[in-house]
Design a protein around this ligand. Structure first.
Ligand code: MG
Length: 268
């Protein structure tokens, strides 16, 4: 009897084993084995851009905003008349006279990569926010200091609030480190600006983000802004589509700073 049961079970096992032996290889053939080619993308081909002779020189697809010769790409912020900052020896220096003020680009931009160089005068005087203060407004949304300011200041050896030192997103983003060079030496900002987007009713859809390399050192890493930068009060967003880039003629009485080699690559 026991032998009978064992024989039956063995034959059942044999039947299943045979079935499995036939079916298993069939089902294994269903999904083809993944190939390296499955994950290769060939189109569209990124367009060719010729880099500048140095990493600071404009690449072939850049819009040059200041090449040392003139301010043809710039106007005064307050009335859009020709920019009257001082151009000499390949650099432009802030004009602090009452008849000048902030300057901004004639063109407007949305998302972009920006390169800009600036120099604090070697003989700079003043303290705190009144020592070489200027600024790069990544989007100028109106008169005066309206917009989103990446601070320019002598922060080499000059104590101030840390969310207002050079490399800060003014009163919002403290720089990760302080890579300032001495007054009298040229310094660079390389910026990636992702503009905020808005719904039709003016409410915020996606915030602004900024990444900043200061003298080649990362100081803002995809930093999310809370709105426009403001001297007094909390930041908030105001709807805009595209905007000029603006440079600040700050009202402090320290020696005016200079800029050179300004170019931008649109990322729309
Ligand atoms: Mg400033």
């Amino acid at each position: 009897m026991l032998l009978e049961i064992m024989r039956n079970q063995f034959s059942t096992f044999l039947a299943f084993a045979t079935l499995f032996a036939v079916v298993a290889p069939l089902s294994a053939q269903q999904p083809p084995a993944p190939k390296p080619q499955d994950t290769e993308v060939w189109e569209p081909v990124p367009k060719i851009v010729t880099p500048g002779a140095t990493d600071a020189a404009p690449p072939s697809d850049a819009i040059v905003l200041f090449d040392g010769k003139n301010l043809d790409q710039w106007v005064l912020n307050r009335d859009k008349s020709p920019a009257n900052w001082i151009v000499a020896d390949g650099v432009v220096t802030v004009n602090k006279a009452p008849g000048a003020g902030n300057i901004e680009t004639k063109r407007t931009f949305k998302n972009y990569q920006l390169h800009i160089e600036w120099k604090i005068p070697e003989n700079i005087t003043g303290t705190d926010q009144a020592r070489g203060n200027s600024g790069v407004f990544l989007a100028s949304t109106g008169p005066g200091d309206a917009g989103y300011e990446l601070q320019v200041l002598d922060s080499y050896n000059n104590k101030t609030y840390v969310n207002g030192q050079a490399g800060s997103i003014y009163k919002q983003g403290i720089p990760l480190v302080n890579p300032n060079r001495k007054p009298g030496e040229w310094q660079t900002y390389d910026v990636v600006w992702t503009a905020p987007t808005f719904n039709a009713d003016g409410s915020l859809k996606t915030p602004a983000y900024v990444t900043v390399f200061f003298n080649g050192v990362l100081v803002q890493n995809h930093f999310e802004l809370k709105g426009e930068t403001r001297y007094i009060g909390k930041p908030f967003y105001k709807k805009y589509d595209t905007a000029p880039i603006k440079l600040q003629a700050h009202g402090d009485h320290s020696e005016p700073i200079s800029f050179r080699n300004i170019w931008v690559r649109e990322l729309n």
